[in-house]
Design a protein around this ligand. Structure first.
Ligand code: PEP
Length: 246
């Protein structure tokens, strides 16, 4: 199913205990049930909190995603989680290729593609992250790097109802810095020519204060939000900013 836009997805990363998750989701549900809006709100909690969050959500109220999955379906892979396990825990989506996995865990484009294919096989929607480093940005290599990452990690057969692409400049993640509106416009216009009608999210230091401008950029279908998604009020402000921006 194609997700209604704007698509605003929170990546909680390695943060939170059960009580944090319950408080955050309950606060979001109060807002959603009062004014659901026209888009898609989603969260990607740590694996330990997926079931807790799933149990709080009514059917279709929010998108639930994992933060990573194995490329393998099962077996002797200590510490890993298969896409099917995430599906069984209530997920509809999973982030693959986040820069913190590419850099911190040495994941190549080929590995990321295999993970996206594993997600497809389990019936999950991969949220495929791509993005250039600061050095690549400064050297003017952004579009080449994105092309290379898409060539290497976008699985064959990806369609608008099966996969989301998230453009996340590595230098903008968690730094409070963002590309200019014109830079986001140029990059997303390029990506649009590459990926057709796949949903295209921007990620990197999206906050309540800059969400309206970013989400109003043509070809930006939503946002992948890290730090600001840990604060329900701030995260909700991003979602509502997107309501008026499209
Ligand atoms: C992210 O890690 O996906 C991200 C966008 O983080 P932040 O919003 O904190 O920059």
């Amino acid at each position: 199913m194609r997700l209604p836009k704007p698509i605003v997805i929170g990546n909680w990363k390695m943060n939170g205990r059960r009580a944090d998750a319950i408080a955050r989701i309950e606060a979001l549900l109060v807002e959603l049930r009062r004014a659901p809006g026209r888009g898609t709100l989603g969260v990607c909690p740590p694996a330990t909190l997926l079931t807790v969050v799933d149990q709080l959500l009514g059917v279709g109220e929010m998108l639930l995603g994992g933060q990573d999955c194995s490329s393998e379906p099962q077996g002797a892979h200590t510490g890993d989680l298969s896409a099917d396990m995430l599906k069984d825990a209530g997920c509809q989506a999973v982030i693959v290729g986040h820069s913190e996995r590419r850099q911190g865990h040495g994941e190549s484009d080929a590995v990321v593609r295999a993970k996206a294919e594993a997600a497809f096989a389990a019936g999950l929607m991969p949220i495929l992250c791509i993005g250039e480093t600061e050095a690549q940005w400064t050297a003017g290599q952004t579009l080449d790097i994105l092309d290379r990452q898409l060539d290497g990690s976008l699985p064959a057969g990806a369609a608008a109802d099966t996969l989301i692409v998230a453009y996340e400049p590595v230098w903008a993640i968690g730094t409070g810095r963002t590309p200019s509106r014109d830079d986001i416009l140029r990059t997303h216009a390029h990506l649009r020519r590459r990926v057709g009608d796949l949903a295209l999210l921007y990620g990197g230091s999206v906050k309540g204060g800059n969400a309206r401008e970013i989400l109003a950029v043509p070809e930006v279908d939503g946002a992948l939000v890290g730090g600001a998604s840990l604060d329900a009020k701030e995260f909700w402000a991003i979602y509502t900013a997107g309501q008026g921006a499209g």
